[in-house]
Design a binder for this molecule. Structure first.
Ligand code: SAM
Length: 330
């Protein structure tokens, strides 16, 4: 699949549910309205859609959400997709999770062929964790991460940089990840979905500043490591660990974009930061043949936009993109 700007699309992110057991303050409002169950694709339909993308050249697939591990019977889908890795049809099957269910699923994930996971963790402080996630408990996530490590999963911790919330802890996070052998990536907060008030503007912290501050304490060396995602990496001399920065606001990384995102209702977003989308559910349900679906995917890729244009400042009111991250999947 090649888009109008000559970029090969080989990476599909699938939000398998919009529901989550946390309510992170920068991600969701506390009183979120979730999709009615009837609008959500069955796991069989999601499997068929993923396979259509694999047929058309997707080599890397990430399951996300909402929280992917709270979707009932999700291991069925993960096992099926894992078989595509075994057959050589996919290079990698991975997932992004808040870690709350990892203690239960870590061994099953490894058995299904998952090798690497991203775990979102914004703080190592129990009280702050409860405040950020509203409903989460740090201990449960730390147990999950420990179980994942024991099971042999490679772990990357994703931390959203939040001014006045976790910015006093970045050194500690670098040290902890280094000691545990986890990669760490910082992410800029993106203006996606209504969360009430000017909260995001108050939380926004440019990663250029974060990197500058970290460089005072740690020896950071540019690395050409890539995982197929948007992060740019350095290595931390003191720990030997890898540290990534995802900077959708201070440095837009669209020129190398290889991704599209599918929601749990079968809507395909060709860009995280744009509203244009293709309804693949209609094509999926229109026929048992995969031809209409394949054609709809091709037509969507032909409309992939050049890039996003997120802005966070006092002159812009409301989110740049109305849908929440939990809809499109981070
Ligand atoms: N529940 C899973 C998790 O916690 O990783 C997967 C979905 S969550 C939406 C994926 C990632 O998006 C998380 O790392 C979360 O911190 C991040 N995220 C959510 N809203 C965001 C925003 N407005 N800006 C930046 N990152 C955001």
């Amino acid at each position: 699949m090649i888009d109008p700007f000559g970029r090969t699309v080989s990476y599909l992110r699938v939000s398998v549910t919009d529901r989550c057991d946390f309510r992170c303050v920068y991600c969701m409002a506390e009183d979120m309205t979730f999709l009615p169950k009837r609008d959500v694709l069955s796991l069989e339909e999601l499997d068929r859609l993923c396979n259509a993308f694999i047929r058309q050249g997707v080599r890397k697939l990430r399951l996300t959400g909402g929280e992917p591990l709270v979707r009932r019977n999700i291991m069925w889908l993960i096992r099926n997709l894992g078989r595509q890795v075994e057959r050589g049809a996919l290079d990698e099957l991975t997932l992004t999770t808040n870690g709350s269910q990892l203690a239960k699923y870590a061994d099953d994930l490894v058995a299904a062929g998952v090798r690497r996971i991203n775990v979102s963790l914004d703080t190592l402080d129990e009280r702050k964790f409860a405040a950020i996630t509203r409903w989460g408990r740090l201990g449960q996530v730390m147990d999950g991460i420990a179980a994942a490590k024991r099971a042999g999963l490679q772990i990357k911790i994703n931390t959203v940089a939040l001014k006045g919330v976790n910015d006093g802890e970045f050194d500690e996070l670098v040290a902890w990840c280094g000691a545990e052998g986890h990669d760490l990536t910082f992410i800029e907060v993106m203006p996606m979905g209504e969360i009430g008030g000017d909260a995001r503007l108050d939380q926004y912290l440019p990663l250029s500043q974060v990197r500058g501050r970290l460089a005072e304490r740690w020896t950071l060396t540019e690395s050409d490591h890539r995982t197929g995602g948007p992060a740019r990496y350095v290595t931390v001399g003191e720990t030997g660990g890898r540290l990534g920065f995802i900077t959708p606001l201070t440095h837009n990384f669209c020129e190398s974009c290889n991704r599209v995102r599918l929601t749990c209702t079968g809507t395909l977003y060709m860009c995280l930061g744009q509203e244009d989308a293709a309804d693949l559910r209609a094509s999926l349900r229109a026929s048992e043949s995969d031809e209409p679906l394949d054609a709809a995917i091709q037509a969507a890729i032909a409309r992939k936009p050049k890039g996003h244009d997120f802005v966070i400042d006092r002159g812009h009111h409301g989110p740049a993109v109305p849908r929440h991250m939990s809809v499109t999947g981070g």
